[in-house]
Structures are given as C-alpha cells and as structure tokens.
Write a new protein. Sequence first.
Lengths: 362, 234
Amino acid sequence: MRSMWWAFADGARHARGRVDDWLVGEKHAVRAAAVCRIGTGLAVLGLLLSNVSTRGMWVGQASVWAEPARAVSRFPELALLDGVSSDILALVYLVTMLATLAFIAGWHAKAANVVTFLGFIAIVAQNPVVSAPGDDLIRLTLLWMLLMRSSDHWSLDARRRGRRLAAGEGAAREEEALPPWLSTGLHNVGLVALCAQTVLASMAAGLDRVAERPWQQGTALYSTMQLPEFRPFPGLSDLLSQSTILLAIVTYGVLLAQLFFGPLLLNTHSRRFVVVLAVVVNAMLAVVFGLPWSTLSTIAVTLLFVSDATWERLEDAVLLATQPVTDWLGDRWYDVLDAVDGLRYRLVLPAVDWVRFTVLRR
Amino acid sequence: MAIVAVHLASVTLAALPPNRYSDATRAQTAYLDPYFTQNWRLFAPNPIAEDRSLLFQGAYIDDDGRAARTAWVDWTAVELDLVQHRLIGGRAGYVTNKLVSPLRARTAALDAGQRLVVTGAPQADPPTWTALSSQLEAAGTPRESALGLVRYERVATQLGTDVLESRYPDLDLTAVRYAVRRQPVVPYAARSGSAAERAAARPAATDEIGGWRRLTPGSAAERAAVRDFDRDHR
C-alpha cells in the first residue's frame, strides 16, 4: 500500500513537472496565434465596415428599440456611447476600426488588442437584440488573446523585432516588460483557455442540437433556409432545401462538426479531418445564411488547432509559389523608384536650381 | 493554471444546455457576467420556422375632419433590403424581426382582461404611458411585468412614430399602432412542389394587432436616421 502511494505521488510529481515545463518552457502555437489574430481582426473589421453606413440604426441614436435589452446589459463599456451624438459614435467607430487594422497588421498588437476589445464591446453590445453567437466568440477570443503573444509571426511587430535584432539591438522595451518565463506562461495559459473555450463552444452547440428531432432527421436547417433574413441567395437556399441529400449533408455536417470537434482533436489524423470539416462547414454557413463575420471568427479559432509545423510548411509553400509574383513586384517597385528618381533629376532639381540661380540670387 | 481550470469548469457549467447542475451552481458562476457570458444557440435547439414581421399604422384626421388610417407599413420588409441578395448584410436588417419575440413574450403572459387593456386602446383617445401602466396594474398585472411590457410598447411605438412620420410627412398623425405578422414557412413535405404549389401549401399569415398609442417621436437625430434608412431601403 505504502509503495503504491509513493508510486502515485511520484507519478503526480512527474506529471506536474511536465505541465510546468510545457507551460513555461517555450511558447506554443505562435504561428496559429498569429493566424487567429488576423482572422479575428478581419471578422471585427468586416462587421464594423459592413455596418458603417447604418450604424445609427444599429447602435446609434436610432437604435431606440434596443433600449430595454441594453438597460439590463452589464458591460461597463456601454457607458462610452451612452446617449452620445452621432459624431462621437463615428469617432469611437473610427478609432475601433483603426485599432482593429493595427491588430490585423500586428502593429503594436497588444495595445491594438486592448483598444479593439474595448471598442468592440462598446459598439456591438449597444444592441443586444441583434447580437450573434459570433459576437461572444470574438469577445472571448480578444479577451484571451490579451494574455497571448499573437504578433511573434506575420506582423509588423515581428518585422521590427527582426530588424532590431539584425542590427544588434535588443527587443523593444514594451516586449521586455515581463520576464520571459511569465510572458511564456501567460501565452500558454491564454492558448489553453482559448482552445478549451473553442472546444466548449462546439460541444455546447452540438449538445443543444443533437437532442432535437429535426437535427436527428437531418432536416433542421430547412426552416432556417426559408426565412428571408437567412436566405441572402434564394436560389441557393432553394437548391439545398429541395434536395433531401444535400439538406441532410449540410445539417449533419453542422451537427457532427460541432459534436465531435473536441474528441476528434485527440488524434493527429482525425484532428486534420475535423479542422478541415469545421472550416468547410463554416464557409458554407457564411454563404448560405449570409453570416460571414460570425463564421470567420469561428474559423479563426478553429485554425488554432493547426500545428506550427504545418503553418511553417504552408508559409514555405506560399512563399515558393508566389516568388515569381513577388520578384516581379519587387522589380516593378525598383522601376517605380527609378522613374521617381528620373523625375527628380529632370524636373525637381532643375526647378530648384532655377530658383537658386534666378530668384534667390537677386 | 489552476485558476484557469476552475474558470473553464464554471464556463462549461454555464454554457451547457439547461441542466440541474448548471442551475445548482448559478450563484457560483454569476461572476461570468458580463465578460464571459456566452450563447451558442444559433439555429438551435429548434430553428425558428416562421416569418416574423413588424408593421406600423398611423391614425389621422382627413380633410373632411373624419378619423382615417394610413396603410400598414411593413417595416421588416424595408429592413430586409439590407440582407437579401447580399453576402454581407447589415445588422440593421434584423431589427424588428428580433424585436417581435420580446414583444410577443410580454403579451403572451397576460390573461384575457389584461390583453384587452393592451390591444383595446381606442384610436380617438390613446392612453398616456402612465395611464396604460395604471390600467394594466388595475387589471391585475404584476408591477414588474407591466413596466416591462410598457417599456417594449414604448420603443415599438417610438420606432413606429418615426417610421410613419418619415413615410407620411404631410399627414397630421394623431396615433400609431403596430401589428406582429407571423407566417409559418412552407411545410417540409411540400418543399419540392412548384412555386404555386408551395405558396398554396404555406399556412396563412396571422396578425396580432396592438392598441392605439399616442405619438412618441424620437430625437431629431433618430428621426433623421430612420428617414434616411427608409429612403434608402424601401
């Protein structure tokens, strides 16, 4: 009995050591985090841009019908736009869009993440009546990404860091604010939490559906396809809803991709399958039901489950495939610089000389 | 990491479909509101199977001094212009469609007498909001329910007033009311028929018409936004 206890204690100590090593040893999924940053940022920017012309009706002074629902919301950020004029709304809207653009480009990504998070809640939560599950996912993603290092790759921050290191300088002060073990630990904790949140969202949505007969029979999405607000392309909706097989494929595809998303992540091969399935299902939902931004935010967090090795291979493949184009663009860019230089010599410098020798000499 | 693990357990309890364990731990998971609240019920558990529209009608005195009514304005149809035939629609395209549920939920809880107070207000003399609240409470509606109902009635009336004033700028409107129109979609069994057959198989629309309310115009900026929206999408 005593030896069993020691074996158990030893096993627990060993497991804890491995968890500690995993947590503070190195940052995991940094490329996937960058993809998630770009995808989530695009979803926020797309949502804001596609509603910019009707922002007054959506979240501005003409959104009076949302007042009762807004009154019970507890987001402190709502106070930012409480009863403000359309000019202030436009300003907050613009600042949030610019911060989101910076977040996508990875330009001072952490600060941009904070501003995007606050602006997104201040704007979108003004109108709980027309909120979508994608809004919750974006909010949670932005929140957990505050802990993560999402701009270590494919960002302007990474480019700047690379230039500094090449020049023999250290990292920027804002990047050294935390000791490496803490920065790494926070990134990994945020990553685990966001991945768990993603699995949970799929599982909760799947469990909600699987108990209902229309989902079991593969016909649940039929009625949604008939609603005018969810059939942006009536021909496509009718094509899918009039075919028993296509309708079943779509309905079961949604159900299975959500219900088995978590379990299928446990094996490398099944993980690849379920990630591709989830991306395809969400792309289909985006087009059929006209939900591009909600589905893009889901795709962004789903891509967290693609390994960094795969992203690296993909990056190499893309760079290789686009090399002729980038070379051509590079050559054209030099042509442009040459042309600008030529204009400077032919037009600007003679004009400067003329001014110097004729006007100023007097 | 332990804190995150406990937090994720709380999130799991809060996000799962309704169950006894989530109910029992509601007090412990209350801290999740607002930042960690989540709802993953898109098209679930049972997708909505009916079109829902909000319509507005105005009352006015015509040139002969008689009480008259405008045609019904289907505001939901105006909003849907933002959604239909567009991959990237706007959130303002779903407004009244989503407003129908809370509006109906609040009247569904009323008994026949209380419902008569809500729907029976006359065109010639619509009640003030205070009078409507008092009448509801006198009919036995709990104060909180009455306040919630009046709050939604008020915002629907305010939107209706803005819409009708935009649509009929030359009329001297005296009252406004709304109707909720519901029409189930074409039954699944009839989905393969021709367009005419599907239209014939579709159950008829039903209208739930509210009582007359006093004009409740919004701010100048609000009215301008509604007017611009109506002009662009009607």
